[in-house]
Unconditional design. Sequence first.
Length: 148
Amino acid sequence: MGLDHSWGHMCGPVFVSHWNLDRSAFSLGASVFCLVGGKEETMTRIKGNETIKGVVAKMAEGNPGAITVMMGILREEKGMGPLGPLGVLLDLDTLGLYGSDIWILYKDLCGENLVLMLGVMRAYQMGLVSAEVIRTSVKSGKVGWGKV
């Protein structure tokens, strides 16, 4: 099994065998899965061998704001963690944040500051902010992770 995350799920690893922004493609050697109450559940929309265009389209759900945010993430190089921009998109997927939720996280909760949003996502990757806090904050439109 993989990591025991603070929100109580056991998640299997994601193996990134290829990531090339110039070619706009990546390959996943394994999909993300979680054991919830002993039952395996696939929690993500991103699957192996997808193009960046396909990932952005799935994640955005037609929301132009979410597309803008994800394109900004793909252009950014700092504060991304070990998987770079792909890691941030995978984390948004794992959190179940799509379309307007991505836009709310960026615009309302992070004040249209991409660096702050990436900081929140990095804090999530490091276990400093839980998935539940991020999801609850997005759904309520109120920051739940404290003052920045």
